[in-house]
Design a protein around this ligand. Structure first.
Ligand SMILES: [Zn+2]
Ligand SMILES: [Zn+2]
Length: 211
């Protein structure tokens, strides 16, 4: 099973990276992505093989960060398959509105910007851009699709109605967007609570960078 959205103590999660990996293993997840807010600190730590081996499945390097184009045209994005060693090309400008990251190593923090800027940065380091937990089809989706600023939508989200999921799914199918799913766990307790499968989201996860 798959859970592509979770936070560790590298952002506002309550559990350490190690605890999250052990929990993911216990839940028998096969694909995960750690998606800390504006931070890839977890991926620096995952270079330690003693930590990486805590989880036997596939880890897709990811992060969650926001954009703001003014008015209602703002949201959070999930990036998957980013090259974490190209962080210098991702890190720019004001790093982070999250107070939880105030004392972090700035080298691990990602910048803010407009959708065009953030999407451009993600694409430049080989990542895919997904809209995080939109719940409904937003007005700006059509523009983002036309300009190829988004590659997919987090269609499956733990805290969402079936009807909402179906509407988002329909939009993705119609517009050729990929689908993702995650529980947005902020501790070991939420992880893998409502996992998805490849039948739900498709095979794109087998064609992205892993760590
Ligand atoms: Zn979020
Ligand atoms: Zn999140």
């Amino acid at each position: 099973m798959i859970d592509l959205h979770m936070h560790t103590s590298f952002s506002d999660g309550n559990s350490s990276l190690e605890e999250m990996l052990v929990a993911a293993e216990r839940k028998k997840l096969r694909y995960i992505s750690i998606t800390d807010h504006y931070s890839i600190g977890a991926y620096e730590k995952l270079k330690d093989s003693n930590i990486r081996k805590l989880f036997s499945g596939i880890i897709i390097p990811g992060a969650e960060w926001g954009f703001n184009n003014g008015g209602d045209f703002s949201s959070e994005l999930l990036a998957y398959g980013i090259d974490v060693d190209s962080i210098e090309r991702l890190s720019w400008g004001e790093p982070d509105p999250y107070p939880c990251n105030a004392n972090r190593d700035r080298r691990h923090l990602l910048g803010r910007g407009t959708l065009e800027e953030v999407s451009g940065r993600i694409h430049k380091v080989g990542g895919l851009v997904f809209v995080a937990h939109p719940f409904i089809v937003r007005d700006w989706f059509d523009y983002a699709c036309k300009k190829k600023l988004i590659d997919g939508v987090e269609v499956f989200y733990a805290d969402q109605t079936r009807e909402a999921t179906d509407k988002l799914k329909e939009y993705c199918v119609k517009n050729g967007l990929l689908m993702s799913g995650g529980c947005d766990a902020h501790s070991i307790h939420g992880i893998g609570e409502k996992p998805v499968s490849k039948l739900d989201i498709g095979n794109w996860i087998d064609n992205v960078r892993t760590v």
